[in-house]
Design a protein around this ligand. Structure first.
Ligand code: GLA
Length: 398
């Protein structure tokens, strides 16, 4: 599919979304329309909060935002994907989150308001075509998209770093997830035809070429959504913190766990104990894999790149222990399909999606094979999507 066709498809979807806006909020001036992508991470699993390198890219699916400014100070946040909506005056916004979907955009609005000199109200309708809570960062997508749209509404420059800051504040300080920096950076700074190389210890980044028209990115949704995922995720963050506390005594120059070499982790296996050893081994070996993957990608050695992706899955399954049988089944089936370069779970794990890298020539029959293998074991066929890489958030002009 050519880039021109992709743009038209997005334009059509956002035009439909604008119609839903009119049904929800009534006739009036056409709403402004924004798109903010989701992301998939290819390498650097669970490295961002350990200060390591990651290799995410934005997807051509994400959050739709339709927004109409209001003359008064009233703010309404509604969604085509959720039955409940938020409504209040900008001058009397709540002081704590409600435990609902709108906490994400509301946290971002609060952060932007704390810096705005003048702010008017708005009616906003969110929606989109990204599976929610599936490891494709629907949360960073809506948070960065909200920051981008409200900065536009309030006449401020579309500064990606300011959008990232607002998104991180919303998720960490308002919603309360101790997420790393990867997701909002990936959503805000990606370029089509590239993966983002982000060094999370100092937020330095560059774009590495990856043509997703020849090298396909398939995403297979296990359908598993764990309520406990937030708790499991924060537990891994804490385990890595404990491992680093022990290891830094032997590596005083290391500022983050990712700077502790694998050899040093192995040398202090006994002191770490079996659980922290497994976690630290994953982190240090993932840093090595991610650097090898980068070299392979830059040299056009796609088979070697894919082998690192698959090795990451084994490490996430056995060492970091964030896989589930459904994801292992998808990854095993994908890796057995002739031509597939690599497959792994993506995002935090505990359910969600697997990502598969395959050349265009291997596409035919691939989905049927993976869905058939999965159905034999779990009695249902998991949805499979093929994605293109995409750019960061943007406004679509009428
Ligand atoms: C989640 C978090 C990210 C990152 C990944 C694991 O998606 O939001 O910050 O830690 O897990 O790589």
């Amino acid at each position: 599919m050519s880039a021109a066709l992709d743009t038209r498809a997005l334009d059509e979807r956002l035009a439909q979304h604008a119609q839903l806006f009119v049904q929800r909020f009534g006739p009036g001036p056409a709403p402004r329309r924004f798109f903010s992508p989701g992301r998939v991470n290819l390498m650097g699993a669970h490295l961002d909060y350990n200060g390591g390198p990651v290799m995410p890219m934005a997807l051509d699916r994400g959050t739709f935002v339709a927004l109409r400014p209001r003359a008064d100070e009233s703010l309404t946040l509604a969604s085509t994907l959720e039955p409940d909506a938020f409504s209040a005056a900008l001058t009397s916004l709540p002081s704590r989150p409600a435990g609902r979907w709108f906490d994400y955009p509301l946290g971002v609005v609060l952060q932007l308001l704390s810096q705005a000199r003048e702010a008017s109200g708005a009616d906003v309708l969110f929606g989109g075509n990204l599976p929610i809570g599936a490891g494709l960062s629907s949360s960073a997508s809506i948070c960065v998209g909200t920051a981008f749209a409200f900065r536009a509404l309030w006449g401020r420059a579309p500064d990606p770093l300011a959008c990232i800051e607002a998104a991180l504040w919303g998720e960490r300080k308002w919603v309360g997830v101790q997420c790393g920096i990867m997701d909002p950076y990936a959503v805000a700074l990606s370029k089509p035809g590239h993966v983002l190389w982000l060094e999370c210890k100092d937020a330095c980044y560059e774009h590495l070429p990856l043509d997703t028209r020849e090298l396909l990115i398939a995403i297979v949704d296990s359908g598993i959504r764990r309520e406990l995922a937030k708790g499991d995720f924060n537990r891994r963050v804490a385990e890595c913190g404990r491992a680093f506390e022990l290891l830094r005594r032997h590596a005083p120059e290391a500022r983050v766990l990712c700077e502790v070499p694998l050899g040093l982790v192995e040398a202090h296996a006994e002191e770490l104990g079996p659980l922290l050893l497994k976690r630290a081994r994953h982190v240090s070996s993932e840093v090595e894999r991610t650097h090898r993957a980068r070299a392979a990608l830059l040299a056009g050695r796609h088979a070697d790149f894919g082998a690192e992706v698959s090795a990451t899955h084994a490490s996430l399954r056995d060492g970091y222990e964030v896989s589930v049988p459904e994801l292992d089944c998808i990854v095993d089936a994908a890796q057995r399909w002739p031509g597939v370069l690599g497959a792994r779970l993506t995002g935090a794990g505990f359910g969600g999606c697997a990502v598969v890298l395959l050349p265009r020539a291997a596409r035919e029959g691939f989905a049927e094979h993976v869905q058939g293998e999965f159905a034999r074991r779990f009695g249902r066929r998991p949805p499979i999507f093929f994605f293109q890489s995409d750019a960061g958030p943007r406004e679509l002009r009428a």
